[in-house]
Design a protein around this ligand. Structure first.
Ligand code: NAP
Length: 280
């Protein structure tokens, strides 16, 4: 399943492929897994200059060789590189690692020392040149988003990439509603809790398994379907193994019933709004 990446944005796969630490596994297997993901429609591929100091980008560059047009490619600039000149240099390094001439979306990884207006002016300049087709932010809370909108103006910010999994639903309080009001895509990172997925023997795990069985699906597929139940949200699980990618792709067409959503909501309580946005 694909949906618009923010208001007026391109159609992008609801489930994608993350790549943090992908360089630490078997390289050939990681490339095969990414390619298999592309075959199965997991075309939203996420990386960052930070991941393995560019080695994650290089692996993705190999995986998408000859298939660049199939991918919606996202990378991120580190906050300390996000000056006017630094953004350009970082973007050009990322393009070289990825062996491409453009990013579909370029994100500020989290807020840092450089004024947002300066970073965003650099993003806009890259957009004018066609080196990035859209840009956005990551780990931005509601007040950061207010400032970002003020600095950028309406209709410029494509995405906010934030932590979101069954046991960490803080963005539902204010960040998702803010992004929906402003036509900004929300990308859920660490959708399996960065490998903290409910044990199958636990009460939470048993509930996921029961709902999964009703769909001939798996617990992880149910989790991905729950996280992407709103039309604004995309998820980017990282999988360095082909079998995991195949399982994750099985969530692309899974739609939960309202009753199933309510049961998951009760089993993984939203909790109170935290003082600051959780991130990892
Ligand atoms: P995650 O996607 O929640 O979990 C990754 C772990 O789940 C890996 O150990 C992976 O194993 C395993 N896994 C994946 N599919 C599986 C399956 N079907 N069955 C069993 N295990 C499975 O964690 P994450 O990597 O932290 O988050 C995803 C992506 O979000 C990152 O890779 C990165 O691209 C992005 N991210 C962004 C930020 C940010 O600040 N913007 C922060 C964190 C993450 P294998 O690798 O062995 O397959």
């Amino acid at each position: 399943m694909q949906r618009a990446f923010g208001a007026g944005g391109p159609a992008v796969s609801v489930i994608g492929q993350g790549s943090w630490y992908i360089e630490q596994g078997d390289r050939r297997e990681a490339i095969a897994a990414l390619k298999r993901g592309l075959d199965l429609g997991l075309t939203h591929i996420d990386t960052a200059e930070m991941y393995g100091d560019g080695r994650s980008e290089a692996i993705i560059g190999e995986a998408i060789a000859g298939r660049r047009d199939e991918a919606f490619l996202v990378s991120k600039v580190l906050p300390h590189n996000a000056s006017r000149q630094g953004v350009r240099a970082a973007c050009e390094r990322s393009l070289r690692q990825l062996k491409t001439d453009r990013l579909d979306c370029y994100l500020l990884h989290w807020r840092g020392p450089h004024p947002l207006a300066e970073t965003f002016a650099a993003f806009e300049a890259l957009k004018q040149e066609g080196k990035v087709l859209s840009w956005g932010v990551s780990n931005f809370d509601e007040d950061d988003l207010d400032e970002a909108l003020e600095a950028a103006g309406k209709g410029r910010i494509a995405c906010n990439q934030v932590l979101y999994h069954l046991r960490e639903r803080a963005i539902e309080h204010a960040v998702i509603p803010w992004c929906e009001r402003n036509g900004i895509a929300v990308t859920a990172y660490s959708p399996f809790g960065h490998d903290d997925f409910p044990e199958s023997g636990s009460a939470q795990g048993r509930l996921l398994a029961e709902i999964a069985a009703a769909h001939g699906a798996t617990a992880r597929q149910v989790a991905l379907a729950f996280l992407t139940r709103r039309a604004s949200v995309f998820a980017i699980p990282k999988a360095g193994r082909t079998a995991h990618v195949e399982e994750n792709a099985g969530a692309l067409e899974l739609v939960l019933t309202a009753e199933q959503i309510a049961r998951i909501d009760a089993a993984f309580p939203l909790g109170r709004k935290p003082h600051s946005l959780p991130m990892i």
